[in-house]
Ligand binder design. Structure first.
Ligand SMILES: *Cc1c(COP(=O)(O)O)cnc(C)c1O
Length: 402
């Protein structure tokens, strides 16, 4: 597929902005077939992403350099094992981890990391998963940390055991305990916080695993949790890192990372084989990570703040509308704008506003929120240059025409 083709979709729209953030000067060229862009041919309408790095909205857009690295990777055959090892070594050095593995996403990292703790490098056990008979097959988690992606952990054939207090956790640990699982964004909700959790794991000799999938920025998070002592750490590659959408990162102790690799692709008879990564994703994520670490994060944050301010500014003086800035705690940590309206003055439901933005031209998606309240939340960090002006204008139109 061609990015130029993607860009050409926008050539005919009322605004001249370009969908490719990393190459604003890239001239829209013809895609394949009858001068139509790829998505246009398919009848799939691109959108302005004021929602965030949602998988359903295709995560993020990769910088040009990442696309080019993937393109270069696609031109040669290599040994996947050799490439994984070489890239893993580079990534480990970049973030200060003992070892690292590129996975097919943070969810895949959860599955592979769990398999590593359950079957290890034992070939007989690896072949038998998800039948965990006779293996360490219990995973402990704080009840407030249960989350949708623990499915990726349960897929290994383990039993998830919920605890609430430190005492409950300590007494639940036994010879069948495979690992202790922690959801980073749930840290404030649980009774056992990160540091104590790690200590409990170390004392019992059981690996600790933290899911920090959506938790960059800030970039320091990439090293923070291995430094804190977690044995395994999962990140998404296709969110804040702006790598390939189907990529993720498993960081941690060498023994476990090696075992994780043996429990997945390219090895055919493994639980993780269904989460394959190719040379393009492996090289793409490494390149994205290098770029991410070099980026001027302060400047980027200022840019996001400017966007939020401009959108808020456009809605000022609109009767019945109030705005506030907020920064989500831990996951998706970037400035957002919350827009509320008085339904007495502007008789529109949340769903009406969401639909008007979605059905309009260009199509705009905002962050799901509010449980039906008259409020929408706008994320600005996945917007392309100048798109915030379009979002501001459309929001104003939609809320004005009451
Ligand atoms: C997004 C997310 C995942 C899944 O990440 P992928 O990279 O899409 O597989 C897992 N856990 C949490 C907390 C997430 O936010």
């Amino acid at each position: 597929m061609s990015w130029a083709g993607l860009a050409s979709l926008w050539a005919g729209s009322s605004n001249s902005h370009n969908l490719c953030a990393a190459s604003p000067d890239d001239k829209p060229r013809k895609g394949r077939g009858a001068g139509k862009g790829l998505y246009e041919q398919l009848g799939v309408r691109p959108l302005i992403n004021a929602a965030g790095t949602f998988t359903t909205l295709s995560g993020c857009l990769m910088p040009r350099e990442v696309v080019e690295a993937m393109d270069e990777a696609s031109r040669h055959h290599i040994s996947i094992s050799e490439l994984q090892q070489a890239v893993g070594k580079r990534i480990a050095e970049l973030v200060g981890s003992e070892s690292a593995l590129v996975t097919a996403g943070a969810a895949a990292a959860l599955t592979l990391g769990t398999a590593a703790c359950v079957a290890g490098k034992d070939q007989g056990k690896i072949l038998r998963l998800p039948d965990t008979t006779g293996m360490r097959n219990e995973v402990l988690i704080q009840r407030s940390h249960r989350f949708a992606y623990d499915h990726a952990v349960r897929a290994v054939g383990i039993k998830l055991i919920e605890v609430e207090t430190r005492r409950q956790l300590e007494s639940a640990i036994n010879a069948r305990t495979a690992l202790l699982l922690f959801l980073n964004s749930a840290d404030p909700k649980g009774q056992i916080r990160r540091k104590e959790f790690v200590e409990l794991g170390k004392r019992a000799g059981v690996p600790t695993f933290i899911d920090a999938a959506a938790d960059v920025p800030p970039p320091e998070r990439l090293s923070e949790y291995v430094r804190l002592g977690f044995d395994l750490v999962a990140f998404s590659g296709g969110k804040g890192l702006r790598g390939p959408q189907c990529s993720g990162l498993l960081l941690g102790r060498r023994e476990l990372i090696e075992a994780a690799f043996l429990n997945g692709s390219p090895h055919s008879d493994t639980i993780g084989r269904l989460a394959k990564v190719g040379k393009e994703e492996i090289v793409g994520l490494w390149t994205a990570l290098e770029l991410y670490l070099k980026r001027d994060h302060k400047a980027e944050r200022r840019e996001w703040e400017t966007r939020v301010r401009e959108i808020a500014g456009a809605l000022e003086n609109l009767r019945g509308v109030k705005t506030e800035t907020f920064v989500p705690e831990i996951a998706n940590e970037s400035p957002h704008l919350r827009v509320r309206w008085d339904e007495g003055i502007i008789p529109k439901k949340n769903a009406d506003v969401v639909r008007l933005l979605r059905d309009g031209e260009p199509r705009i998606e905002v962050r799901p929120s509010g449980g039906g309240q008259p409020v929408v939340e706008v994320a600005v960090w996945m917007l392309q240059p100048d798109e915030h002006r379009i979002v501001a204008k459309r929001l104003r139109q939609v809320l004005e025409r009451a």
